[in-house]
Design a protein around this ligand. Structure first.
Ligand code: OSB
Ligand code: MG
Length: 373
């Protein structure tokens, strides 16, 4: 496969409700969409999950635009891909550029997607995933009151979601979590702090042990592992790392020092499919369960999450919910929907282009740029 051209777009889409975490609030969705055209006529898409503001990690949609424009897209325009080894090698080609994994992931994944389309091979086959269905959890943002939280969770459970993850921060932690435990006794429950605590808060975090949480996600520094290892040696609740895992080398070190017992894998945060596969293989052989995180994606990112979550190391329900969690009208049709309540079917899609509606992409596009080899 050779690349004939790349189109990069910036989109801004309304969200059905704002999403509130310890780092701040997202009111609408800003994203980049990469479109790779192959010389033989295949089309691949991928979405860049960098957010409008550098609140979760340091990247933003604008920094990603610049990195992709000046470095990452130009460096891949001449690639020739013949097989999965070639696809996996894209990670190494991008590795000489420091950091910026979400920007790298966008072009890397669009090339994988285009290869799937050109060769008419399901993405899951290229990735080595075998599951036909995956379980779905919900990530619930910080709510104005505990009553509202309990109401929302009751509604999500009635829809079929298989587990509940609650965003927490100091002052919104023990009380709402105890209320959920009281209301929904045996529901699989966990909490995501997005780095809102410090090691000095260990006594408070220890009180979470009474709640029987499946895990606490990223309690401490976004770039820390050493303090997490210390905290994990004190907490009974498993720690799950999210922000701190930026690639396979981080995953290896986290396992080595006991910084977590579970990992959240996000394709964007780790730089794309190639690096995700490395982390998967490492965690699977080390017996560290993975689950697929979410970044409020449109259908393009959701379909890619579903493809990677079909691998055997993904052992817990992920954050990839149906499209209508955030969007009244997705840019794919049909949107991502439950196949049965609480589950998504893993479809054998040869790239996501067959589901993308170009007119809807155009509708939300605010900028575009074209590249030719
Ligand atoms: O920490 O998992 C996170 C969304 C944006 C940034 C960071 C996180 C999240 C989520 C996933 O919690 C929400 C979703 O995609 O439904
Ligand atoms: Mg998280």
């Amino acid at each position: 496969m050779k690349i004939g051209g790349v189109v990069m777009r910036r989109l801004e889409m309304p969200m059905r409700e704002p999403f509130v975490a310890s780092y701040g609030t997202e009111w609408s969705k800003v994203l980049l969409v990469l479109e790779v055209h192959t010389q033989a006529g295949g089309v691949g898409y991928a979405e860049c999950v960098a957010m409008a503001e550098p609140l979760y990690t340091e990247e933003t949609s604008e920094t990603a635009w610049l990195m992709l424009r000046d470095f990452f897209i130009p460096s891949l325009l001449q690639v020739e891909i013949h097989d999965v080894a070639g696809l996996r090698g894209l990670t190494n080609r991008l590795a000489r550029f420091r950091g910026n994994p979400m920007a790298k992931a966008a072009i890397e994944m669009a090339v994988w997607d285009a290869y799937a389309a050109e060769t008419q091979t399901p993405l899951t086959t290229l990735l080595g995933g075998g599951k036909t269905h995956i379980p779905v959890g919900i990530s619930v943002g910080i709510q104005p009151s505990t009553e509202r939280l309990v109401e929302k969770v009751a509604d999500y459970l009635a829809q079929g979601f298989r587990r509940v993850k609650v965003k927490i921060k100091p002052g919104w932690d023990l009380e709402p979590l105890h209320a959920l435990r009281a209301a929904f006794d045996s529901v699989p429950l966990w909490a995501d702090a997005n780095s809102a605590y410090q090691l000095e808060d260990t006594e408070r975090l220890r009180q979470l042990d009474e709640l029987g949480l499946m895990m606490i996600e990223q309690p401490l520094g976004h770039d820390d592992m050493v303090d997490h290892a210390r905290l994990q040696s004190i907490l009974h609740t498993p720690i799950c790392l999210d922000e701190s895992i930026r690639g396979a080398s981080d995953a290896r070190k986290a396992i080595q020092i006991g910084a977590c017992r579970v990992m959240n894998l996000k394709l964007g945060r780790v730089g794309g499919f190639g690096e995700a596969l490395r982390i998967h293989d490492l965690c699977y052989s080390a017996g560290v369960p993975l689950w697929c995180g979410g970044m409020l994606e449109t259908g393009i990112g959701r379909l890619h999450n579903i493809a990677i979550a079909s691998l055997p190391g993904f052992q817990l329900p992920g954050d990839t919910a149906p499209s209508d969690r955030y969007f009244g009208e997705d840019i794919i049709d049909p949107p991502v929907e439950f196949s049965t309540p609480g589950e998504l079917a893993v479809e054998p899609l040869c790239g996501v282009a067959e589901r993308v509606v170009p007119a809807r992409l155009d509708k939300w596009t605010t900028a575009r740029l074209t590249f030719r080899p």
